[in-house]
Design a protein around this ligand. Structure first.
Ligand code: ATP
Ligand code: MG
Length: 353
């Protein structure tokens, strides 16, 4: 088991730089998730750690060894991809043991390692089957088994669950968390699904356009985001953002009939534009009167999401427990504690603290 350290990592494809000067330390045994929108560089960074993409400049070490220029096979890593390309003519156990067989590992050692992986992944009943006789989730488990038998220091996962249906994804998410608890290896996991990131990670790395926006534990990023991007990306439904203007000791919000939200954070000069962020979970809906109009109410059973339109054209969502009683088209207002509001510089989008 080993930590991973990245220093000033840059990736260029010809003249185009897609990863800009990334510094990151992942501790031994940590579950680290790279999250961010499509095209932000998650897979590129992971493939660079795997040695599948050359690193343009910077330094990379695994377990204290400099691996910047090392071959993938010398890095002590194993990677699980989104498409799990199993050999169709081989059984589950042959698929899992194939890499070891190619490396001339003795048969009894292969059998022991495949047996161990199969126990962890609950594949014992399927060892003699071919991949076509397996469900998507079982196939993905075989692909993970192939990685486990190699005994890597670091596991790398690139969106391993995105080909599965929603139910299986939840099931496999729990399996992967259990796998990490059981074998304790360092894991780096790429996803654009913030729920996967929140539930699996010890540490989340939020990427945007080849830069790290913020690094922290799931709850740290949720409670204390450094900027509007992270605030909006972490949490579901996403944080509500409303335009505001500094006035007196607070921020005036036109969407809420010029309500002034008082705050102790360091605000810019009077009249400056500021963005106010409030999570749907901390807002309370009052229906009947108010400046807002209820658009749609989504009833999910245990919770409901109520979408609202403001006279300014801005949109809001409120999360309510149980049935909402909200009627499309009726007037409404929202209440929240001023200390639950976050403030962001309208231009730089940085958090005001
Ligand atoms: N071989 C390549 N040549 C040129 N540009 C590339 C190449 N591979 C990736 N890129 C660019 O690098 C950027 C990052 O791509 P990457 O695949 O890492 O994104 P991602 O975060 O994994 O996105 P997704 O969520 O869609 O998988 C993108 O702008 C992409 O177009
Ligand atoms: Mg990708």
């Amino acid at each position: 088991m080993s930590g991973v350290s990245l220093k000033n990592i840059v990736k260029k494809y010809d003249a185009v730089e897609v990863i800009h000067n990334i510094d990151l330390d992942i501790k031994e045994g940590e579950f680290c998730v790279f999250v961010g929108p499509s095209g932000c560089g998650k897979s590129t960074l992971l493939r660079m750690i795997a040695g599948l993409e050359e690193t343009t400049s910077g330094q990379m070490s695994i377990g204290g060894r400099d691996v910047t220029k090392a071959d993938p096979a010398e890095r002590g890593i194993a990677m699980v991809f989104q498409t799990y390309a199993l050999y169709p003519h081989m059984t589950v156990e042959e698929n899992m043991g194939f890499g070891l067989k190619m490396n001339k590992v003795p048969k009894d050692v292969i059998a022991q390692k495949v047996g161990e992986a199969s126990r962890i992944l609950k594949l014992d009943d399927y060892l003699k089957r071919k991949p076509k006789a397996l469900s998507g989730g079982q196939r993905q488990r075989v692909a993970i088994g192939r990685a486990i038998v190699r005994g890597p220091e670091v596991f790398l996962f690139d969106e391993p669950l995105s080909n599965l249906d929603a139910e299986l994804r939840v099931e496999m998410r729990v399996e992967i968390a259990r796998l990490h608890n059981e074998i304790g290896a360092t894991m780096i996991y790429v996803t654009h699904d913030q729920v996967e990131a929140m539930t699996l990670a010890d540490k989340i790395v939020v990427l945007r356009a080849g830069n790290i926006e913020q690094v922290g534990s799931p709850l740290h990023l949720y409670d204390d985001p450094d900027n509007k991007f992270v605030a909006g990306f972490i949490g579901s439904p996403g944080m509500n953002f409303l335009e505001g203007v500094v006035q007196g000791q607070g921020v005036r919000v036109p969407a809420l009939a010029d309500r002034i939200i008082e705050t102790a954070v360091g605000l810019p000069a009077q009249g400056t534009a500021v963005t106010v962020g409030v999570r749907p979970q901390t807002m309370m809906l009052e229906s009947g009167t108010g400046p807002l109009k209820i658009d749609i109410a989504e009833e999910l059973g245990g919770v409901s999401y109520i979408y609202l339109n403001a006279p300014t054209g801005e949109r809001l969502v409120v999360e309510a427990r149980g049935k909402s009683m909200a009627r499309s088209g009726s007037s409404a207002n929202v209440q929240f504690a001023p200390e639950d509001a976050l403030f962001f510089d309208a231009k730089s989008e940085k958090r005001l603290r």
